[in-house]
Design a protein around this ligand. Structure first.
Ligand SMILES: Nc1ncnc2c1ncn2[C@@H]1O[C@H](COP(=O)(O)OP(=O)(O)OP(=O)(O)O)[C@@H](O)[C@H]1O
Ligand SMILES: [Mg+2]
Length: 259
C-alpha cells in the first residue's frame, strides 16, 4: 500500500544530521497552510483531531466548509523516531477522488470541494452549534428505519462504484435526520477494478463484511441485527461483471451440465 509507513532515506539523513525539524504543523501552521492554499478564507476552529488527520471548520467567503488536513508524519509504533509518511498527499488525493466518485453517483457523502497537497475541503455537515453527531453518539428514535437508511446509503455508495473499507458508527454522521458516510481515505473502487478483479472484489467484500458487522454492533442495543455476509455478497455480486467470484459449487454444476 502506498500509505505504508516508509522511512524516507533522505529524511533519515536529515534527521541524523540535525537539518530537519521533525515537528507536525500546529494549529497555526495548518491554518496558514489552508489559507495559503486558497481552500478557505477563514479557519474557525478544530472539529476533530484524529490518528491520521485533523478536521477544521472553515469558511469560504462566508459559507461554512470542512477541511481535512492529513498529518505529515506518523509516529513509529516500533518506538524510536517519527517516520515520515511521504504519501499523506496521496491519502488526501485518494479520499478526494473517492468522495468525487461517490458524490457524482448520488451517494450521501459530503460534497468534495478542492484538494491541495495533504488538505481537502468538503461540505460542512453541521450547523452553528457544531458538526453533525456521529451515529455512535446518537440515540435513535426510529432505529429500524435508520438501519434501512444506513443500508441504503451503503448500497448507494457501492452503486456509485465505491466500497467504504472503514465502515462503523464512527464514520457515519447523522445530519438532517439521515445518515452520511464520511472518511473515505481507504475506500475501494469496485466499478473499474483496474487490478485483478478477483483480488479487488474479494478485498472489498471482506471490508464490507467487517464494516457491516461493526455497524451491526451499534444496532444490537436496539435489538436489531444485520446479516453482514449476505448483504456484502449482494452488493459485491452486482459488480462482478466477469463472474470471477463464482462459487466453486456453481462451477462444478456447470461442468456437470457440460459433460
Ligand atoms: N464534512 C464534515 N462535516 C462535519 N464534520 C466532519 C466532516 N468530516 C469530518 N467531520 C468530523 O471530523 C471527524 C473525523 O473525520 P474523519 O473520520 O474523516 O477523520 P479520521 O482521520 O478518520 O479521524 P479519526 O482518526 O478520528 O477516525 C468526524 O467524526 C466528524 O466529527
Ligand atoms: Mg474516522
Amino acid at each position: 500500500m502506498p500509505n505504508d509507513p516508509t522511512l524516507d532515506a533522505s529524511v533519515q539523513w536529515r534527521i541524523d544530521h540535525g537539518t530537519i525539524d521533525l515537528r507536525e504543523r500546529g494549529y497555526r501552521g495548518t491554518a496558514e497552510a489552508i489559507l495559503d492554499a486558497g481552500l478557505a478564507t477563514e479557519v474557525r476552529r478544530l472539529i476533530s483531531a484524529g490518528k491520521e488527520a485533523d478536521v477544521y471548520l472553515c469558511e469560504y467567503k462566508g459559507a461554512p466548509l470542512a477541511v481535512k488536513a492529513y498529518r505529515l508524519y506518523r509516529t513509529s509504533h516500533r518506538g524510536g523516531r517519527p517516520i515520515k509518511v511521504d504519501t499523506m498527499s496521496w491519502l488526501a488525493a485518494h479520499e478526494f477522488e473517492m468522495l468525487r466518485q461517490a458524490w457524482k453517483g448520488g451517494a450521501p457523502v459530503p460534497t468534495p470541494a478542492r484538494r491541495v497537497e495533504n488538505l481537502l475541503s468538503m461540505r460542512y455537515l453541521g450547523d452553528a452549534d457544531g458538526p453533525a453527531p456521529r451515529l455512535h453518539d446518537t440515540r435513535l428514535d426510529a432505529p429500524k428505519d435508520f438501519l434501512e437508511a444506513v443500508l441504503d446509503a451503503i448500497g448507494s455508495l457501492a452503486r456509485s462504484g465505491v466500497v467504504h473499507s472503514d465502515l462503523s458508527a464512527f464514520n457515519i454522521l447523522v445530519y438532517e435526520g439521515r445518515p452520511w458516510l464520511i472518511d473515505l481515505s481507504d475506500a475501494i473502487r469496485v466499478d473499474r477494478t483496474g487490478a485483478v478483479p478477483w483480488v479487488r472484489l474479494t478485498q472489498a467484500r471482506d471490508a464490507l463484511v467487517n464494516g457491516l458487522q461493526a455497524v451491526g454492533a451499534y444496532f444490537r442495543k436496539y435489538g436489531l441485527s444485520i446479516d453482514a455476509a449476505t448483504q456484502a455478497d449482494a452488493i459485491i455480486v452486482a459488480h462482478d461483471r466477469f463472474h470471477v467470484l463464482r462459487k466453486p459449487e456453481a462451477d462444478s454444476q456447470e461442468c456437470g451440465r457440460l459433460r
